[in-house]
Design a protein around this ligand. Structure first.
Ligand code: 5GP
Ligand code: ZN
Length: 113
């Protein structure tokens, strides 16, 4: 069982922002900024390494960046935003289905890098 696969299949409700045949984007349940959207491949990959190893991982990654751009447009993030991918235990990943956080709607000041 994977939480995001259940959301993709509609078994668990989500607040959808954008969708196409390969990607689902929905609002994070615990937002850290006025805009906090999760960009999720509809195919299950454990993390970014799993995507890289898969035959169609690069294709999905291309769809991810296009979806990020769509989300930014829909949410009016013209002044910019941040994209975060937590990978694996040390990266702080808590849902083991590859996903990308799009965070914005405010000037982001807390920079690690
Ligand atoms: P991670 O920590 O793996 O990078 O990110 C997982 C994200 O999923 C967290 O920001 C968390 O708030 C979000 N999340 C966890 N469960 C749910 C849920 O049931 N619905 C939604 N919309 N977001 C969730
Ligand atoms: Zn999954």
């Amino acid at each position: 069982m994977c939480l995001f696969c259940d959301i993709i299949e509609g078994k668990i409700p989500s607040s959808k922002v954008y969708e196409n045949d390969k990607i689902l984007c929905f609002n994070d349940i615990n937002p850290v900024a006025p805009v906090h959207v999760l960009v999720v491949p509809k195919k299950h990959f454990d993390d970014i390494r799993d995507m890289a190893a898969a035959e169609d991982g690069v294709e999905y990654m291309g769809e991810v960046i296009k979806a990020i751009s769509e989300v930014a447009k829909i949410k009016g993030l013209d002044a910019g935003f941040r994209v975060i991918n937590n990978c694996g235990e040390d990266g702080g990943q808590t849902v083991m289905h590859a996903h990308y956080h799009v965070i914005g709607g405010v000037k982001l000041t807390e920079k690690m890098i």
